[in-house]
Write a protein of this length. Structure first.
Length: 80
């Protein structure tokens, strides 16, 4: 939870949720800072599909999941 506090204090910090080890931490991040949560595959480690499912399951709403699964990184990289 220190990471979430740190991210709140620094506007240029984003949270990578590709290999979250606790669903509660993912849920808190998605609730507290939905506009700064990012998903990536973390390949070749982990199970990207499971982490994606976790984000979709614990997101407070569909919009937050969409932001985390692509819109936030697109905005950050100015791809829109």
């Amino acid at each position: 939870m220190d990471v979430i506090k740190f991210a709140k204090e620094h506007d240029n910090v984003y949270l990578d949720l590709s290999a979250a080890f606790a669903s509660i931490a993912t849920k808190i991040a998605l609730t507290e800072l939905p506009e700064r949560c990012l998903y990536s595959s973390d390949a070749p480690y982990g199970e990207p599909y499971l982490y994606r499912q976790l984000i979709e399951f614990v997101s407070p709403d569909k919009r937050t999941a969409e932001m985390t699964l692509g819109e936030n990184i697109s905005r950050l990289l100015e791809l829109h």
